[in-house]
Design a binder for this molecule. Sequence first.
Ligand code: DQA
Length: 147
Amino acid sequence: SHLLLLNGPNLNLLGTREPEVYGATTLAEIEADMAQRAQALGHRLSSFQSNHEGALVDRVQEARGDVDFILLNPGAFTHTSVALRDALLGVAIPFIEVHLSNVYSRESFRHHSYFTDIAVGAIVGLGPIGYGLALHAADQQLTKKGK
Ligand code: DQA
């Protein structure tokens, strides 16, 4: 199957951005590791990061008919973006929401997500390992559907 790893604003700064919150691993390292893991499971993984809401919406729209499953960390758009939510509903591609930090132990504005209720599931607070766990879960979902 074809999976898309989609990361929102400021996640390009991983490794140097508030390392006490987000860890020392860079996005490039995560993307390379994830591509390798996907391949080992017999899948193909594309990665895309943007700081721009419209670019993320465009990428989700392009995924229609091409991508079978999305692994999504919307960054701060988690708490703000009806547009990205609507894009995911529009293409109807199943996705898992990932957050590196435990958003529920942080500021109250991070407690609401525009994505969790329409996601297959969510993984929060486990750092970069969360992406790998999401991939494992996506693989199970796809196998269940015979993809
Ligand atoms: C984040 C949590 C968001 O609240 C924050 O705006 C981010 C990263 C996380 O991965 O923990 O940019 O999505």
